[in-house]
Design a protein around this ligand. Structure first.
Ligand code: IFM
Length: 552
């Protein structure tokens, strides 16, 4: 903590300008820098001189402003909702950049240099960032892949400076490897740059063990395929996305199973690109089997369960006295494409009834208190906080996306508004977080501080909500061959517009909603040509592409 004080006297009408700088740089230990007749300047001095007049400082500000305006202009929405526009155009993108750059170190609670960047967290951070500076996302994917173990598993963390995995927290979180597939898919969907799959990356930074990125993805997959539990579902390992869920050595996770199911869809598309028929067949066959297994084992009347402990106990079933309804398996059953229509709607209805609150959907209900199983670490938190039935912004992003994928614009938008920072200003005293920043979690209804938010600027969060809003609600859904536009919006919206840079082209998209529907497609016109569906193949894109989509 530091403070500046300047005493000054001003004559009436007089103005003075001061430039304050806050910075850090190291001067070398030898003090030759200060010796007489030495031309070289000490680094700190050189830095100060860059901004030591008001003119220089203002010019630097102007440059900074132009930098951000140019960057943020890569995606802009004009809707009738100021909160959507403010978050999607400015603050959410900014937070995505911060978390991409800083990862955990941006949080006051978790230190990036101490614990490193998370493998899963950094893969997730890519999802909402990739449109901003795709080249940096590309490099990040390759850096992360280069830390992977030869068997496809991952260090849970790696050091940003050395780009090497560290064992501070160890390895064996079985969701980790699968996030690499999702992160790569996000990059490919945005850029169409399949060359990344051929890029050589080391395993565990060992220069003698290198393989193309595609092989890394196959190994991620293969790791899951060869680490199954007694029911044939993927083992959870130490935990999955939910760090507090310790199901034991043979415990199995529905979340990882759904990630795995989704990974098969992604890898199949990669294999189609490479015309690898054998792998396509293998993936088709595997997905069919896995789908049946998940359906048989994890669907429990009106919800998907959370998993099995190593003793075979079912977690998250209807009859459990606590934690009998979980959020993430329901949203991921939809996102992964596993749930059929009826299941999807039933499970999402249950989420809405059981988990939704005015501040967002809680992670599960009821919180653990008297019936926590042995590995339910969440019980160490007070009811309503963190993984014990808190509201995770990241899970909120997934439920926004899931509702939007089902075409439920009202619900998706409702979930968005419940925790969009910009929309919380009339309850700022309760929320207690910057009005432009997502927190990792908000205290849930079981907490006496219901609505209080924590752990701002943390990883994964901003990116996931960005995806929920842009791909989900606004319906910008790039795939490997082009862009699908499938909005899921509140009925009352008449129209909205999007400016988007996409694969070297500038798209201006106007979505009309004359019939005031939540979702649905009537016609789309691209550069005056009417297309039969709401999909623009890449070859139809021109330098400036004008798109009009009519919902029905
Ligand atoms: O998924 C994790 C994340 O990696 C770190 N913070 C908590 C999340 C949920 O457990």
């Amino acid at each position: 903590i530091a403070a500046h004080q300047i005493d000054l006297a001003l004559a009436p009408g007089e103005e003075k300008t001061f430039v304050f700088m806050l910075g850090y740089c190291e001067n070398p230990a030898d003090n030759k820098w200060e010796a007489p007749n030495v031309i070289r300047k000490a680094p700190a001095k050189a830095l100060i001189e860059r901004f030591d007049t008001a003119e220089k400082a203002m010019a630097a500000f102007a440059e900074l402003k132009t930098y951000w305006e140019t960057l943020l202009a890569r995606f802009a929405v004009t809707s009738s909702n100021e909160h959507v526009d403010r978050m999607a155009n400015i603050w959410n993108q900014y937070q995505c950049m911060v978390t991409f750059n800083m990862s955990r170190s941006a949080s006051y609670y978790e230190s990036g240099t101490g614990r490193g960047m998370g493998f899963r967290d950094s893969c997730q951070d890519l999802l909402g960032f990739v449109h901003l500076i795709p080249e940096r996302a590309r490099q990040r994917i390759l850096d992360i892949a280069a830390t992977q173990f030869p068997d496809g598993s991952a260090y849970h963390q790696y050091q940003p400076l050395t780009k090497r995995g560290n064992m501070d927290v160890g390895s064996g979180f079985n969701d980790d490897p699968l996030w690499l597939i999702a992160g790569t898919a996000a990059y490919l969907r945005e850029t169409g740059d399949f060359s990344i799959l051929e890029e050589p990356c080391t395993f565990d930074n060992d220069a003698d063990n290198t393989a193309p990125l595609m092989e890394h993805l196959r190994r991620s997959f293969q790791y899951t395929a060869t680490h199954k539990g007694p029911h044939g579902l993927p083992l959870i390992g130490r935990a999955d996305w939910n760090d507090c869920l310790r199901l034991g050595k043979d415990g199995e996770s529905t979340f990882v199973a759904l990630q795995y199911y989704y990974a098969m869809t992604i890898l199949r598309e990669f294999a189609e690109y490479k015309e690898d028929k054998e792998y396509i067949e293998y993936l088709n066959e595997s997905q069919k089997k896995l789908g049946k297994l998940i359906q048989d084992l994890c669907w429990n009347e009106d919800r998907f369960i959370r998993g099995f402990t190593e003793d075979g106990a079912v977690i998250g079933k209807r009859t459990d006295p606590e934690a009998n309804m979980w959020l993430n398996p329901q949203s991921w059953a939809v996102i992964s494409g596993l749930a059929d229509d009826a299941q999807a709607d039933l499970a999402l209805d249950m989420v809405y009834k059981r988990l939704n609150t005015e501040y967002g959907a809680i992670l599960m209900d009821p919180p653990y208190h008297a019936h926590a199983f042995e590995g339910a670490l969440a019980v160490i938190y007070n009811a309503g906080t963190k993984e014990n039935a808190g509201i995770f912004s990241q899970s909120q992003g997934w439920i926004i996306l899931a509702e939007a994928l089902r075409g439920h614009g009202e619900r998706a938008f409702g979930y968005f508004m419940e925790n969009a920072p910009a929309a919380q200003n009339d309850r700022a005293e309760i929320r207690r977080l910057e009005p432009y920043c997502y927190g990792q979690f908000t205290e849930g209804k079981a907490s006496p501080n219901f609505g209080r938010s924590h752990v701002h600027w943390l990883t994964g969060t901003a990116s996931t909500v960005m995806v929920g809003c842009v791909e989900g609600i606004l319906g910008m859904r790039p795939d490997f061959g082009g862009l699908r536009i499938a909005p899921s919006i509140p009925k009352e919206w008449d129209k909205f517009e999007i400016d988007k840079d996409f694969r070297g082209c500038k798209l201006h998209i106007t979505v009309h909603n004359p019939g005031h529907v939540e979702s649905g497609f009537k016609k789309m016109i691209v550069n005056r040509e009417e297309l039969g569906e709401n999909y623009i193949p890449q070859e139809k894109l021109t330098e400036i592409t004008e798109v009009e989509l009519f919902m029905s």
